[in-house]
Design a protein around this ligand. Structure first.
Ligand SMILES: Cc1ncc(COP(=O)(O)O)c(C=O)c1O
Length: 370
């Protein structure tokens, strides 16, 4: 039994395996600015994720900010996004001098609802930033259709969808750009890190400049870039973690089946839907608790688990519009009351990683069945 049991627990390389990498870094004294480990990881991830233009960043937030920056959107332009996400999604919009506009989520799968996106479009709309929340894939066709009809760049926050494929097609090849996070809580991580992927090969140079202060050469700065560079220690962790990812993913896939075996038929419990043709990234195990049908609230279950040192998370409650910077922002919805208002009181993510043991599952099961 592992206690405290957190919602996430990182895979880690063996300490002995670090030594040769560290010796190489020490010998070369090239610590950042596109060192050999950085380049090796970038290539390995480009292959692993099936995306030719895949560029590493020091974290997912800077990668998201850069993704938005790539499109040279007009200052004050509106970017439609979901309120059911980590704060970084909305902040990346705001840090670019753009205005986040929140649209509702689909009550079926909790991703950005296309009809509500359409309802949020104004003459100032300049992009759509959708999130594959909990690893659930957005309605790709409907969002692309809206983006194409309105001439809007479509960017995906794929922080939860590492390695996901849809009918064999890599998730990072949809839309105009996708961003992955390699934060310690993610299936694949580099302690901190991120990646910006795009099909737009022609933008590689632009991303390269944006990631490195806009520096073109020793004497030229050609744009207002940022410091988005991943360093050699992060890249080392990535190279050592990447071969472990598939094992961890499979362990989590078994855990998902285990959770489902006692949760699927419980009245008042709703799981994220299985998506045909989608290979799940196994980032999160999210569920919703309907208090009327289940007999207890989400918060009751959360507290009962917590009393046993099991720390489930109410991701993503509070939602972005509950946070001070976005309080009072409307949530555009095709329903009289936004679906997300109810969802946020019901969502819970269970511990989901290779460190969850049979005894832990038994205790979690007992909380739900009691
Ligand atoms: C949906 C989402 N977007 C963006 C981020 C930000 O990524 P990072 O922590 O790598 O900056 C995260 C999590 O960390 C996330 O969950």
């Amino acid at each position: 039994m592992s206690r405290p049991l957190y919602v996430a627990s990182p895979i880690l390389p063996k300490l002995d395996d670090l030594r040769p990498y560290l010796e190489g870094i020490w010998d070369r004294r090239m610590l950042t600015n596109g060192g050999p480990l950085h380049d090796e990881l970038e290539e390995a991830l480009s292959r692993h994720l099936g995306i030719p233009t895949a560029m590493l960043f020091n974290n997912g937030t800077i990668a998201l900010m850069t993704a938005l920056r790539m499109f040279d959107l007009p200052s004050g332009g509106e970017v439609i996004t979901t309120p059911l996400t980590f704060a970084a999604t909305a902040h990346a919009i705001s840090w670019n001098g753009l205005a986040p506009v929140f649209a509702d989520v689909s009550p079926d799968d909790l991703t950005l609802d296309p009809a509500s996106v359409e309802a949020a479009i104004t003459p100032k709309t300049s992009a759509i930033l959708a999130v594959h929340v909990y690893g659930t894939v957005c309605d790709l066709d409907a969002l692309q259709d809206i983006a194409t009809r309105h001439g809007l760049p479509l960017i995906y926050d794929a922080a939860h969808a590492f390695g996901t494929t849809v009918s064999g097609r890599p998730i990072g090849t949809f839309g105009d750009a996708s961003v992955f996070s390699f934060h310690a809580t993610k299936l694949f991580h580099t302690f901190e890190g991120g990646l910006l992927a795009t099909n737009r090969e022609e933008d590689r140079q632009t991303i390269y400049y944006l990631r490195n202060f806009g520096i073109k050469n020793e004497e030229e700065v050609v744009g207002i870039g940022i410091n988005g560079k991943m360093n050699e220690l992060q890249a080392m962790i990535g190279l050592l973690n990447l071969p472990q990812v598939e094992d961890e993913r499979q362990t989590r896939a078994k855990l998902r089946q285990n959770y489902k075996s006692f949760l699927s038929d419980l009245p008042g419990i709703r799981l994220q839907p299985d998506q045909p043709g989608v290979s799940n990234s196994e980032q999160y195990f999210a569920l919703q608790i309907d208090p009327e049908k289940f007999g207890r609230t989400r918060d009751d279950v959360y507290e009962a688990l917590k009393s046993m040192d099991i720390f489930a998370r109410k991701y993503f409650h509070p939602i972005c519009t509950d946070f001070e910077p976005y309080r009072g922002y409307p949530i555009h919805s095709v329903w009289p009351q936004p679906a997300v208002d109810l969802v946020k009181t019901r969502v819970l993510c269970l511990p989901f990683h290779g460190g969850v043991e049979e005894q832990d599952i038994a205790q979690i099961r007992a909380v739900f069945l009691s």
